[in-house]
Design a protein around this ligand. Sequence first.
Ligand SMILES: [Zn+2]
Length: 460
Amino acid sequence: MSTTSTATATAAAQHTMEQPTSVTVVAHEGLGPAPETAQTKPHHVLNADGSVQKFRNPHSSFVDGLGPAGSLGPLGFFKVMGTFIRYRFQGKLDTPDTTPPTVTVRTPTFLPTRYPDNDPTKNHPLRATWLGHACYYIEFPTGLRVLFDPVFEDRCSPMSFLGPKRFTPAPCVLADLPAVDAVVISHSHYDHLSGPSVQTIRQHHPRAHFFVGLGLADWFKNAGIKEVTELDWWQDAEATVTLGPVGGGSAAKTSTSSSARPSSVASAAPANVPAPLKALISCLPSQHTSARSPFDRDHTLWCSWAVSSGGRSVYFGGDTGYRAVDQDQEEIEASVKDASDLAAVHAADDAVRAQRPGCPDFAHIGALRGPFDVGLLPIGAYKPRTLFSGMHADPVDAVDIFKDTKCRRAMGIHWGTWALTTEPVMEPPQKLKEALRRRGLPETGVFDVCEIGESREFGE
Ligand SMILES: [Zn+2]
């Protein structure tokens, strides 16, 4: 089946699904528990007048492998480029082979209605569909539809003709998604936030509400989007999605503003108008950086997120490191007598990891906000380790994050789409199995990867 024919079929189905007439968001300080260490906001870098100048990773688990780019301002961009050129000459930056076959891409299928059997009280699992790289589409059994980090362009770059190009196609187009109530963005890097994708979502889902880290709301407002809420780490928002009548009706036709259907009138609404959907959306820490130009490094906050609705929950790791290490895999392998002795290599690797602390935020997230039905956790873009370990988890880091955050199950993201770093493109899932074994977990059924476009169910 070609993507085009399915696109037509699902686009037709879109008109039969209840579309939101409004998404009301109330953000609170202190809605959920936060660790005491977070009260002083150690990730804020302040101006002399007390306003926030930019953000930083507050823990010693972060070392900037690309050099002190942030402290050098725009000059830092050229320093990063210099590091890349030096590594390229040293042969440490080989471009990985992306010749097919790599990851299988299938046309996704979505539920035809928000309530599969018309009984929202039943204890259904949530449904999660991988749309490539960090993008996931979540169908909650309450009826809520959430999209994480949508980027559907060929290149993740400020320019359409330059920058990393997809080696696996997008499994569908954004118009195929039957409904989008909330879009959650981890940070400003181009492989997670795309101007054209955001505008396409607006076109098809004009009521969709965007959730972003501190400092990033202006980017949306400058793009003409008012439906955006920015949050700091450990802040939460309660979202209420009011729906149009069962059986369709476009958002524009049903209501022009949220005041047209106050919640107090919900009980008096016609029988075919479903009850509003509720969700708790929580902004949580991650260990990363941000930038969309040489001049805005770390000016907006990077985050992980938790979304729960009707007792089902998702933890979205976004893009994060766990602990910075100062040795590359090749050096570790060279340090053992027999590099084919995997146990010896793993012991040497664990010794290198043990020298550095892991990011403590993940254990706080697990203890205070977990457990989660499913974690969407990054497993790719990790080599050379000395450059990227501070900001990108490798599969062992990802399994440590999985355990710390108390996810019951997880799916690997941030791989299989753009070759951003030097590891072979099919290495992350292999290393993930190895990492699960090393941490005493089963190789399958707990923390898996899937095909692009594939859906899995969680919380059953
Ligand atoms: Zn990033």
